[in-house]
Design a protein around this ligand. Structure first.
Ligand code: 13P
Length: 294
């Protein structure tokens, strides 16, 4: 079932676990994630960003697929616009039935981030759609300058931001970055800051740049208050690796079977990830646990 991202994350916040938000740019990825969630009895967040829509599959193509897949499973599924910046695209996604939009004003001056995020919040909430904001800035893993601690989220400023914008979840910068890290590098996360943010805000917190973070960091991040973990690079890599392996075993394999290999590889990757972040087994159909999602 398709539910608001807020419902999923409020439960995760209450019960101290993380939910995977996988950038899913085609039917294979969306189905891999949603079916993995069903088998793991876990919630899942399907998401993609404006660039991914422009380059590959637009919301109007993906939405019917995701709605249909979500209808087939018992576990809660949310659909999120990742890194929205353009008002028209965000409004279009809200109108189409995304159950969450992220407004990324993290590169803007603070007051501009507050005013634009507030405007998006008012619009989205009026349409029954929840909102993720970002404060501090999560940069690119390939660019080490973007790991600058000056860009990490400040807890006092975050409280002011959340109170003034009314966001339902907040993406925080605590040491991860988007994309692949240089070979051998595992990011160092500022867990003290993360614990402080959780204690101050008492709300769902989001970790961007989940790829390449390492299992220990992920477990500790969830234990310190992270409830949503964004993953793109590692999911793409899992699909690519499965395709290459299938080709190696059978060089004449046709395109359909290559797509099937990618889907199976991504599904296994998602299932393993869900176990690490503690969302497996959180949603047993028929149990009272599901109350609150409707
Ligand atoms: P990665 O590609 O590093 O997993 O980051 C994904 C992300 O944060 C999407 O918002």
């Amino acid at each position: 079932m398709l539910v608001s991202m807020k419902a999923i994350l409020d439960d995760a916040n209450r019960r101290y676990y993380g939910v995977m938000a996988m950038n899913s740019i085609n039917i294979e990825m969306a189905r891999a994630g949603i079916m993995a969630a069903e088998e793991e009895h876990s919630p899942i967040i399907v998401q993609f960003g404006p660039g991914q829509m422009k380059n590959h599959a637009h919301a109007e193509e993906m939405l019917p697929v995701i709605k249909e897949l979500a209808k087939r499973v018992h576990v809660p599924v949310a659909l999120n616009l990742d890194h929205g910046t353009d008002f028209h695209i965000i409004a279009d996604c809200i109108n189409r039935g995304f159950t969450n939009v992220m407004f990324d004003g993290s590169s803007l001056p603070y007051e501009d981030n507050v005013s634009r995020t507030s405007m998006i919040s008012a619009l989205a909430h009026g349409m029954g759609c929840s909102v993720e904001g970002e404060l501090g800035h999560v940069g690119q893993a390939a660019n080490s300058d973007d790991m600058d601690q000056d860009l990490y989220t400040d807890p006092d400023q975050a409280l002011d931001f959340v109170q003034r914008t009314g966001v339902d979840a907040l993406a925080v910068a605590v040491g991860t970055a988007h994309g692949a890290y240089p070979k051998g590098k595992i990011p160092k996360l500022d867990f003290d800051r993360l614990c402080q943010l959780k204690e101050t805000l008492q709300m769902p917190l989001v970790l961007h740049g989940g790829s390449g973070s390492g299992e220990e960091n992920l477990r500790k991040a969830v234990a310190s208050g992270i409830n949503k973990i964004n993953v793109c690079t590692d999911a793409f890599a899992a699909g690519k690796k499965s395709m290459l392996k299938a080709l190696e075993q059978e060089p004449d394999l046709d395109y359909m079977h290559l797509c099937m290999a990618a889907e199976a590889g991504i599904k296994q990757f998602v299932k393993d990830f869900m176990k690490v972040i503690g969302s497996s087994g959180r949603y047993i159909y028929g149990e009272t646990r599901q109350v609150g999602y409707e």
